[in-house]
Design a protein around this ligand. Structure first.
Ligand code: PLP
Ligand SMILES: N[C@@H](CCOP(=O)(O)O)C(=O)O
Length: 475
């Protein structure tokens, strides 16, 4: 299996060759040359597999340059009940991503039972183990440069802390994460972890990562690695739980299922798109945004109009405060028939601060073939959804999942199960939960008092030159 760039001007490479890096040298994102196909018989054989066995059945179709026994061992080490242990009452941690039935045809898929209480742990724990395997085998080291709006950062730091040969430099928007998220990252005192609070929004942090990644000389000299969802490894690991969720709520493969996905950087729902392209019977993929609704605007109008920092709002679902969705490029590459010249032309416009409109060439007319629908939510909706979910089902959900559920409810149909992805646990957003319910949600005992621990971080302006100097001075 070879991986190609969406912009068509980089050589095709193997999985291990693209594992550590982020952007392709031409600035594009990697995708497999073709998507592996799963037939009805394949799906039947996969029903009832454990999470780890399911992950192997899927990932082994994408990874052909790591011996199968080694890949299996890495997957088995990753997807263990004791790693994804923060289950809700009555859930079985061995399911790794258990489903929670709210009512007939309406479910939550719990993706946030890992060490940092957000769905990022699903892929990041695997990435940590894969990085360690490849680096040890090749006798190499890496300096990871990442951007976070609150959850990728802590998931990456928990996955990489103490790992030999890996340093993590994590950029986050200064004072824009929840108190819990901030404490989760900044309280880590490990020598290989560097937290940098950037005066700006998440998109400024992401732009800094991309600017460094596009500097081939610096990238090679400082062995820069990526853990954001621009890294293909993140996306492919997220494909697995769509299969797991599908099997959990169906009895046979003639049934279709819809998924509602709280969205920001479009990584999570991009994995759903790929699962659908591989033959998983998905009906709708519901893209749910908060007030930063660039993606909702696209799926309603065909116009993609990324916004600048000044028009990116700080909301109570802060991890989705994103106005330039990296992985959207992967989907548009498929939508335009994998025409890399077209994709490159579109992102040349985006990279110079402009919009594009996919109506003119007739591409937007094909959107229905891909199952996407969308909607947006705001603070009042989140509060109301959290309150109603508690009152109706005795379940407390976080603000991002609330965005997903609110938008899902507008896209229900009587025949098709709707699965809402639970992308974080409410403990991460305590102030918002107290506002909605008048009391905090439960948090794992091990994380009590995390906000009072000493914090270690550096404040920086949004400057690619400054982060390069910082990396050079700390390696
Ligand atoms: C809790 C939470 N929900 C949803 C999202 C949005 O996911 P994506 O960026 O993959 O669209 C994120 C961050 O990305 C998140 O941290
Ligand atoms: N929501 C994320 C930001 C997007 O990160 P990605 O790694 O999924 O691209 C966060 O919480 O950090």
């Amino acid at each position: 299996m070879k991986y190609i760039s969406t912009r068509g001007q980089s050589p095709a490479l193997s999985f291990s060759q693209i594992l550590l890096g982020g952007l392709a040298p031409d600035g594009g994102l990697y995708l497999p040359e073709t998507y592996p196909q799963f037939t009805d018989a394949d799906l039947t054989a996969m029903r009832g597999l454990s999470y780890a066995d399911l992950a192997f059945a899927i990932l082994s179709r994408f990874v052909d340059d790591i011996p199968a026994a080694d890949l299996k061992a890495i997957i088995d080490k990753t997807y263990r009940a004791d790693v994804y242990a923060f289950t809700r009452a009555g859930q079985n941690a061995a399911d790794i991503t258990p489903t929670l039935k709210l009512e007939d045809n309406l479910y939550l898929l719990s993706l946030s039972n890992g060490p940092t209480l957000a769905f990022k742990d699903m892929a990041m724990q695997l990435l940590g183990n894969l990085f360690e395997y490849v680096l040890t085998k090749e006798g190499k080291t890496t300096n990871i440069l990442g951007a976070t709006s609150g959850d990728t950062g802590s998931a990456a730091e928990y996955a990489m802390r103490g790992k030999k040969g890996i340093r993590v430099f994590m950029l986050s928007p200064h004072k824009k994460m929840s108190r819990f998220q901030t404490a989760q990252m900044f309280s880590l005192q490990d020598d290989n972890i560097y937290n940098i609070a950037v005066n700006g929004v998440f998109d400024d942090c992401q732009d800094m990562v991309k600017a460094v990644s596009n500097d081939a000389e610096f990238k090679a000299q400082y062995k820069i690695g990526a853990v954001n969802s621009i890294n293909w490894g993140r996306i492919v690991a997220q494909v697995v739980y769509y299969f797991k969720g599908y099997f959990a709520v169906t009895q046979n493969n003639s049934q279709k299922v819809s998924f509602s996905v709280p969205s920001g950087n479009f990584g999570n729902v991009c994995a759903g798109h790929i699962a659908r392209m591989m033959g998983l019977p998905i009906d709708k993929l519901v893209v749910a945004t908060n007030e930063n609704d660039v993606l909702d605007e696209f799926f309603k109008t065909g116009v993609y109009s990324p916004r600048g920092s000044a028009n990116t709002y700080h909301t109570s679902s802060p991890s989705m405060d994103i106005s330039k969705a990296s992985n959207f490029e992967r989907f548009v590459f498929d939508l335009v028939g994998r025409d890399s010249d077209k994709t490159r032309a579109l992102w040349t416009q985006v990279d110079s601060g402009n919009s594009f409109d996919l109506n003119a060439d007739g591409y937007f007319a094909k959107i229905a073939d891909y199952g996407f629908v969308s909607g947006s939510s705001n603070h009042a909706h989140r509060m109301q959804t959290i309150r109603e979910t508690k009152a109706k089902y005795e379940v407390v959900i976080d603000t991002h999942t609330a965005d997903g559920l609110k938008v899902a409810l507008a896209h229900l149909d009587a025949q098709t199960p709707m699965v809402v992805l639970e992308t974080a646990l409410p403990a991460k957003f305590e102030d918002a939960i107290v506002e909605a319910l008048g009391q905090a949600s439960e948090r794992p005992a091990a994380l009590n008092g995390i906000e009072s621990l000493p914090q270690k971080f550096t404040v920086m302006d949004a400057s690619a030159a400054d982060i390069k100097t910082f990396i050079a001075n700390n390696t």
